[in-house]
Design a protein around this ligand. Structure first.
Ligand code: ADP
Ligand code: UDP
Length: 237
């Protein structure tokens, strides 16, 4: 496997072509952004933690029958993934009110839902990732009805599996964002990453935030939180 030209540099990762047209190499950086890139910073060691955590969680999900882009971890920061055409939807599942949900609907953070919610944002930085519904996604030709149904099914299944896993680690899965993509044969797979950058993870006993909200909200102890959540995960897989 030889790394070729850089395909893309995002806010948290770089993506490289390889000599295999079906495969990419993803490189995880320590760069952190929030509020659509308005707040910028670095979280020392984050790239290593997010790479390893995302890979382990994707392996767990594969075992549970959810197809993912994960192929092989090459080193601390680099992973080979299947090249997909990303469906430009941020798929957000919530178990507990927090963040933009609390703000938008005037609900206190921490209110537990009877059943999980799903929402889609149109993945478009220039437009600020606006919230959209299924009908908007169809109108914008972002995805077909069948694709949306499949994505929803996988997203709720991911929630059940991850909620149970984090519970074993003494962590409550509050909410998270997923991205899906299509491989060259049209199969929908889970792509991008699952990490403290993309999930809200609270200590089950104390409610302490062990995720990127520490960076977003200037709570301090950012690196320590990433290390703690990685330690919890490593003790269980
Ligand atoms: P952003 O684009 O939001 O700044 P990142 O820095 O995480 O995000 O960049 C990674 C980019 O790679 C994202 O745009 C993501 O959609 C894309 N991506 C993730 N997994 C794959 C994959 N398997 N194939 C192609 N693109 C991918
Ligand atoms: N999220 C993400 N990327 C985004 C927006 C949200 O990974 O561009 C994740 C975020 O980490 C949280 C969940 O999706 O776990 C819900 O985020 P929310 O809509 O509450 O937005 P925020 O409060 O981060 O603006």
């Amino acid at each position: 496997m030889t790394q070729r030209d850089q395909l893309y540099e995002g806010k948290a990762k770089k993506v490289f072509l390889t000599d295999d047209p079906e495969l990419l190499i993803v490189h995880y950086k320590d760069d952190a952004t929030a509020f659509n890139g308005l707040k910028k910073g670095q979280i020392a060691g984050k790239g290593v933690i997010n790479n390893k955590m995302s890979n382990r969680l994707m392996m767990l999900l594969e075992k549970e029958g959810i197809p993912t882009h994960f192929v092989r971890e090459i080193n601390d920061r680099d992973t080979i993934v299947k090249k997909v055409s990303i469906v430009p939807l941020e798929v957000i599942i919530r178990n507990i009110a927090a963040g933009s949900f609390s703000k938008r609907y005037g609900v206190a953070e921490g209110v537990v839902f009877d059943s999980p919610t799903i929402e889609f944002s149109y993945k478009n930085d220039e437009l600020g990732d606006p919230l959209i519904n299924d009908y908007h996604a169809l109108a914008l030709k972002i995805a077909s009805e069948a694709d949306i149904a499949q994505i929803k099914k996988y997203a709720f299944l991911v929630n059940e599996k991850l909620k149970a896993f984090w519970k074993e680690c003494g962590v409550t899965l509050v909410d998270f964002k997923l991205e899906f993509g299509k491989t060259s044969d049209g199969t929908i797979v889970l792509a991008d990453e699952i990490s403290p950058d993309t999930c809200r993870l609270w200590d089950s006993k104390t409610g302490e935030k062990l995720d990127k909200d520490r960076f977003r909200r200037d709570l301090g102890g950012v690196e320590e939180a990433y290390e703690e959540i990685m330690k919890r995960l490593s003790a269980h897989i």
